[in-house]
Design a protein around this ligand. Structure first.
Ligand code: ATP
Ligand code: MG
Length: 568
């Protein structure tokens, strides 16, 4: 039962083992624990989503699709301190972009405040909750340790009537923040600290982005979440590993409130390991700090791994989906590598996008024997591996730009590009032989000279002679000047992500802005988010914020070279 045959894109069949969540779901369906599968993604709107959230979104949505069920989108907005509408909007946009469709099921946990309040009253009436006067510090001190049981809260002596009245007074605003809390009465000697009379409601006079000033008491996550799941009929409530010890409280809440009878019934909490990327800032808290400290250009700075940043940089939903699948779903914490994500975007764009010529660090090349006023329109195939992308015209003339690093006056061994006396191929064009160069007073090379062989048009010579180097170029006259940004990890990997004091080890070279790049004219009208391969340089995407009509700014998504090996 744990294995299935999966159709692979190439038509090959591969045995794929089911992940442990799929196994649980299939057992529940087979045993009639549930009839359909309902999952949800419950972000707290206190920041932008990141690659780790993408894993959770695609996992929850994927399971709902696989088992013909439903996927709900729910803002877990029960803590008004850090929540903002800006985040609500960005989260919706990111999930839509990833392709997870909640149809008409967009919910807000804050809309369930009345049911949560009712639930708390019900617990009080059952003698399962009481109002406490202890301060947060006292509650901590009373809780005991792993080896010692906790002490009874004096609030446990209160009668049901008194608790009902006090809770009502908490709700109507009679108490200051922090002066009273409602605690569930469970077991002060439980080996699970979460079960030692957890706080389930607190007083907080705060304005909520959805409910305004209607409430001055707010439920705690562990109490609110199971109720939210139950109201929506969620069957499998998937969360990350750190909530494993909270599961008994999840089940306790649902059973005491009559939403289910046994822990095995639904809603059922299932924990899986978070996605972490090695040497990359993935936590929301740290991304937020980089944004707030002004180290990056907002939440969508292309160096970040927020979903908005990945989109801006030029990653596609398909590449993220592929990456998440590559990482798998497991119970054991493991660390994924950024090069795996790069591998996925390269694989996705390789066949889909045209291969263009762009010179990032230009130096002029003059073909001395080429007619002065002549311009040719060369027909260039857009992607040799994908004919359906068609072809385009590229202008060619006497004066070209080539990459500065494609010429050396005194080359080392095995340098096959331009140097005096050497013949190379100008990609898609002609063979040219280098004749020398000009320099300025400081010795910098300003112009390179060569001659061309008219018989080698198209890039091959009729006499069969070979060249070892092929370099790209753009025509000076028709080229477009553009800004291109190259990125490195924002973290200095040598030093590790965090310092002892919790601060981040930043890489001062994470952004390189090249302002003198020259592109072939077809790139002039690149639209925001449009991506291309720049031959020999990598994949690049037109920046949606900084590009202007006719003046594109490109971000490098990824270089072409990789040392990443796909795990077997
Ligand atoms: P962070 O850990 O970055 O602060 P969070 O857990 O506070 O994020 P939430 O908005 O509470 O963010 O998370 C929404 C959902 O996304 C939760 O179900 C959570 O378990 C899941 N999630 C968060 N981070 C990851 C991750 N790195 N890998 C997989 N799932 C994650
Ligand atoms: Mg959280």
């Amino acid at each position: 039962m744990a294995e299935e045959v999966k159709e692979m894109p190439e038509g090959e069949k591969e045995i794929v083992s089911k992940n442990f969540i799929e196994q649980i779901i299939e057992k529940d369906l087979a045993e009639g624990i549930c009839d359909t599968v309902v999952t949800r993604f419950p972000p707290e709107p206190n920041g932008y989503l990141h690659i780790g959230h993408a894993k959770s979104i695609l996992l929850n949505y994927g399971l709902s699709q696989k088992y013909n069920g439903k996927f709900n989108m729910r803002f877990d907005d029960t803590n008004p301190t850090k929540e903002k509408i800006e985040f609500v909007e960005s989260i919706k946009k990111d999930i839509e972009w990833l392709g997870a469709d909640w149809e008409d099921r967009l919910y807000y946990a804050s809309n369930y405040f009345p049911q949560m309040y009712e639930g708390a009253v019900k617990l009080i009436k059952k003698g399962k909750a009481y109002v406490s006067d202890l301060t947060a510090d006292e509650i901590r001190a009373y809780r005991g340790t792993l080896t010692e049981p906790g002490k009874e809260d004096p609030g446990t002596a209160r009668s049901i009537e008194e608790n009902l009245q006090l809770f009502e007074d908490m709700k109507s605003g009679k108490f200051e923040d922090g002066s009273k809390v409602l605690r569930a009465r469970i077991d002060m000697a439980s080996p699970n600290m979460n079960m030692r009379d957890p706080v389930i409601y607190r007083v907080a006079h705060m304005t909520h982005h959805n409910t305004g000033d209607q409430w001055c008491i707010y439920p705690m996550y562990d109490f609110a979440h199971p109720i939210e799941d139950a109201i929506e009929g969620i069957t499998h409530s998937i969360c990350t590993l750190e909530f494993e010890d909270h599961r008994p409280l999840y089940d306790w809440t649902l059973i005491e409130l009559g939403y289910k009878n046994r822990p095995e019934e639904t809603p059922k909490q299932i924990e899986f390991a978070k996605l972490y990327l090695k040497d990359v800032v993935t936590g929301k808290r740290y991304i937020k700090k980089l944004v707030e400290d002004g180290i990056v250009d907002g939440w969508d700075d292309p160096r970040l791994v927020s979903i908005a940043a990945l989109r801006r940089r030029g990653f596609t939903p398909e590449s993220i989906q592929r990456f998440v699948e590559l990482c798998g779903v497991s119970k054991a914490n493991s660390i994924a590598e950024y090069p795996a994500l790069e591998y996925c975007i390269r694989e996705d764009l390789k066949m889909k996008r045209p291969r263009m010529m762009a010179v990032l660090d230009p130096v002029k090349l003059v073909i001395d024997n080429y007619p002065d006023d002549q311009t040719e329109e060369l027909t260039v195939v857009n992607n040799l591996e994908n004919e359906s992308l068609g072809s385009r015209k590229v202008p060619f003339g006497k004066e070209l730009y080539i990459e500065r690093e494609d010429f050396m006056e005194e080359p080392p061994k095995k340098y096959f590009r331009m140097f005096p006396g050497n013949e190379v191929r100008l990609m898609h064009a002609y063979f040219v032989k280098c004749t020398g160069c000009e320099k300025d007073a400081d010795g910098n090379i300003t112009v390179i000279h060569c001659t061309y062989d008219p018989a080698s048009k198209g890039g091959n010579s009729p006499d069969g002679r070979k060249v070892k180097g092929t370099i790209h170029w753009v025509s000076v006259k028709e080229s477009v000047k553009a800004t291109v940004r190259l990125y490195e990890n924002i973290i200095d990997e040598e030093k590790g992500v965090y310092n002892a004091d919790g601060s981040l080890n930043l890489n001062p070279n994470s952004l390189t802005t090249l302002t003198e790049c020259r592109l072939e004219p077809a790139l002039k009208e690149a639209k925001a988010f449009e991506s291309f391969q720049f031959v020999r340089q990598g994949f690049f995407c037109a920046d949606f914020k900084d590009s202007k009509p006719g003046e594109p700014v490109f971000n490098r998504i990824v270089s072409l070279k990789s040392s990443y090996v796909l795990p077997k």
